[in-house]
Write a protein that binds this ligand. Structure first.
Ligand code: GDP
Ligand code: MN
Length: 398
């Protein structure tokens, strides 16, 4: 799970890593208020979960209120490398004297943590690594040894921080490590970690994190209250959130035929089959969602999946396409029947099974004599039937 810069900053702030004062804003009115509150000059920065914003025109300096508003009006409608801008961060502009780069990430091959850093930052680290590979240092933190202030000082020296910056750099490295560990991150990157201040006044100079990128390990969400505070209320789809809470891989597509299957490839083919059927039949019926229930298609998982798909008011029929593997189609069939028992107001469900105990599974469903359950032996047949039923229900309502 990647964070926006304004969210990543919160985590740095919590560890006491210096960052410029900044306010998140979502329209030009809020930007004007934020800029007035912070003072000028300030920077207006696109909030997108992708780097290289500066080069794409997503970071602008504003010396006045009018410039801040103009910057907001230019940046807010932007799409940067395919990502729609989600608000801007208005931050105090700092006078940059020097730029460093530091990141901590999980290194799966050596099974420890990589610290990638350069004392000659400024551009993207990939470019520095290409032109001056010797300037980019790769160091390690092992989970078994304590990374303390002494170790952090040795690291700051090895990276090549200027002598005057070593002590503060060590403090920041230590805090970055705590930020990484406490938050179960997979990446904590500060670029630039800038030396800021008045060039003629030694006492004004200090290090400050001007940009941060943090990724969190989704597997650890359960011990962080699901990272609820980082949820994106404006953008989040209620069905996707519910599926996510149950660990299901769901994408809302807003058509009429709910699709549930096991394995991403099978579900994608099912979506295509439903869209194709809608076109063949001239009804324009489309899939309502992608839902991959994964390998262990247990009764419980099937129940939750059906509940989510059926709660979508646009859904008129459901296509369940399961390839029995470890979990046999008999078990999946039992799950479907259990789910229908507890659900009120069910809708027509078309089931196609293949693989482990497919015939037995279909027999169990057929024998239930539930008028809402239809069984098919091929994907094409099932998709056609589900699309036809959805179109008929829709027409009946019209
Ligand atoms: P990125 O392009 O997505 O990495 O966005 P950054 O937040 O790193 O900003 C891009 C560049 O804008 C930085 O490398 C800086 O050179 C510049 N920049 C960002 N904040 C400030 C600031 O407060 N003062 C100055 N002078 N430049 C800034
Ligand atoms: Mn940056």
């Amino acid at each position: 799970m990647d964070l926006y810069e304004y969210q990543a900053r919160e985590l740095l702030d919590e560890q006491g890593i210096p960052t410029p004062r900044a306010i998140f804003a979502q329209n030009s009115h809020e930007v004007a208020e934020a800029a007035d509150a912070l003072g000028y000059p300030c920077v207006v920065k696109a909030q997108v979960k992708i780097g290289h914003r500066g080069q794409a025109g997503g970071v602008k300096l504003a010396r006045t209120r009018d410039e801040a508003v103009l910057a907001a009006e230019q940046i807010l409608p932007m799409t940067i490398h395919g990502h729609k801008v989600h608000g801007v961060l208005v931050a105090e502009a700092k006078n940059i004297l020097h730029e460093y780069y530091v990141s901590i990430s999980v290194d799966r091959s050596s099974r420890d943590f990589d610290v990638l850093a350069t004392a000659n930052g400024g551009t993207e680290v990939e470019e520095i690594a290409k032109e001056h590979p010797e300037a980019v240092k790769r160091l390690h933190i092992t989970s078994l040894e304590d990374f303390d202030i002494e170790a952090a000082r040795r690291m700051a020296n090895a990276i090549g921080f200027y002598h005057a910056d070593v002590e503060q750099a060590a403090q920041i490295l230590l805090k970055m490590w705590r930020c990484f560990k406490d938050n179960d991150a997979t990446l904590v990157e500060i670029n630039p970690l800038a030396k800021i201040g008045d060039p003629d006044d030694e006492s004004s100079k200090s290090l400050c994190a001007l940009d941060a990128k943090i990724s969190l390990d989704g597997n650890a969400a359960f011990r962080h209250d699901g990272w609820r505070r980082f949820e994106d209320p404006v953008h989040e789809d209620p069905f996707e959130r519910r599926a996510n809470e149950h660990g299901l891989h769901y994408v809302h597509l807003h058509g009429e035929v709910g699709v549930i299957g096991n394995g991403a490839g099978l579900v994608m083919s099912s979506l295509d089959a439903v869209s194709g059927a809608g076109e063949d039949q001239g009804t324009g019926i489309k899939p309502a969602n992608f839902l991959d229930i994964g390998g262990g298609a247990s009764a419980e998982v099937m129940k939750e999946s059906l509940q989510i798909v059926l709660s979508d008011p646009q859904v008129e029929s459901v296509f369940i396409n399961v390839y029995g593997g470890i979990t046999s189609c008999e078990q999946v069939a039992e799950g479907i029947l259990e789910a229908i028992d507890v659900l009120e107001g069910s809708k027509p469900i078309v089931v196609r099974f293949d693989g482990n105990a497919a015939a037995e599974g279909l027999r169990i469903l057929a024998e239930s004599r539930n008028p809402n359950i239809h069984v098919c032996t091929t994907m094409e047949e099932a998709a056609q039937l589900a699309a036809r039923i959805a179109a008929d229900v829709k027409e009946g309502q019209a």
